[in-house]
Design a protein around this ligand. Structure first.
Ligand code: NCD
Length: 305
């Protein structure tokens, strides 16, 4: 039985196979419509979510399966003091596979240890968000035709943004991927990412503060929101929240074939006028999230179509 806690749980070959499967699902949805008949997905969400939970549920329903779960800690027995281990052990009796989101780093890993079914980390605190990374990889590969030989700019809250951490870990395994890390001093990537993931793998990267300086060189611009819920005080958040605003004028500095990604939700960091730019790919990205989660469910349940 396999779980997915981090993108590193999949080899590059497995990742490529999973993305191929997602493309096949996109092109032949009918072929997969009954692949999970009689199977159940549990969504155990202790933290707010729109896309991740709904796309997981849509994915299971598209495969003919059903879903059950909770969407906040308040509506689960966590509010009575139940541990994630116990909740997970019990969920194993009701479902075939589970996706868990939790504000504490490592909670889905702890849950997986008592689980009798595959557990997917759907976001753990400021740590990892592997299924967003699968979505991001599928989007980049579909739009650019490759995952190697690209320059990726990551902009915004690189400190608390778990999607950023997972995406960097996944992309360093492809040839000649360069990173431009665009953030205010206070929101730079954690040192373990800078040292253990980038420096130790001899990856070319730059850290800059001004988005305008980075834009002309990028093939992908990955925007992120400032992670309000991970700040210790409101004042720091308010100071940081509008640090970056991507607008039409700034987009004039970008390449014609650069794409803008964003895991969403967007707050202020991308002006709505940019949505009409053909390079804005963030809503398409949300659609890819369904195909890739379908592929992941099939892979972890070992369903062959
Ligand atoms: C992200 C998350 O939850 O980390 N959202 C998502 O799953 N698409 C990004 C965010 O909340 O900023």
């Amino acid at each position: 039985m396999r779980h997915l806690m981090s993108p590193m749980d999949l080899s590059v070959e497995e990742l490529d196979q999973l993305l191929d499967l997602a493309n096949d699902i996109e092109n032949n949805p009918k072929k997969y419509a009954h692949a999970c008949d009689g199977k159940r997905l549990a969504t155990l969400f202790y933290e707010p979510s729109t896309r991740t939970r709904l796309s997981f549920e849509a994915a299971m329903m598209n495969l003919g399966g059903t879903v059950l779960g909770f969407s906040s800690a308040n509506s689960s027995s966590a509010s009575k003091g139940e541990s994630v281990s116990d909740t997970m052990r019990v969920t194993s009796c009701y479902a075939d596979i589970a996706a868990m989101r939790h504000p504490k780093e490592g909670a889905p890993l702890v849950a997986s240890m008592s689980s009798l079914i595959p557990v997917i980390n759907a976001g753990d605190g400021g740590h990892q968000h592997p299924t967003q990374t699968l979505t991001d990889l599928l989007t980049i590969r579909s739009l650019k035709g490759r995952l190697d030989n690209i320059t990726v700019g990551l902009c915004g809250d690189l400190k608390f943004g778990r999607t950023v951490h997972s995406l960097i870990e996944a992309l360093v395994r492809y040839e000649n991927v360069k990173f431009v890390l665009i953030s205010p001093e206070e929101l730079r990537v954690p040192s373990y990412i800078r040292e253990e993931v980038l420096t130790n793998n001899n990856i070319e990267f730059m850290e800059v503060e001004r988005l305008e300086d980075a834009l002309p060189d990028l093939d992908i611009l990955y925007m992120t929101r400032v992670q309000k819920e991970r700040f210790f005080n409101e004042e720091d958040y308010v100071r940081m929240k509008d640090f970056y605003i991507l607008d039409k004028q700034k987009m004039e500095l970008a390449k014609e074939d650069m794409f803008i990604l964003h895991p969403l939700p967007r707050v202020n960091e991308i002006s709505v006028e940019v949505d009409k730019d053909p390079r804005a790919a963030y809503f398409q990205q949300a659609q890819y999230g369904v195909y890739v989660r379908m592929a992941l469910i099939l892979t972890l349940l070992e369903v062959e179509v």
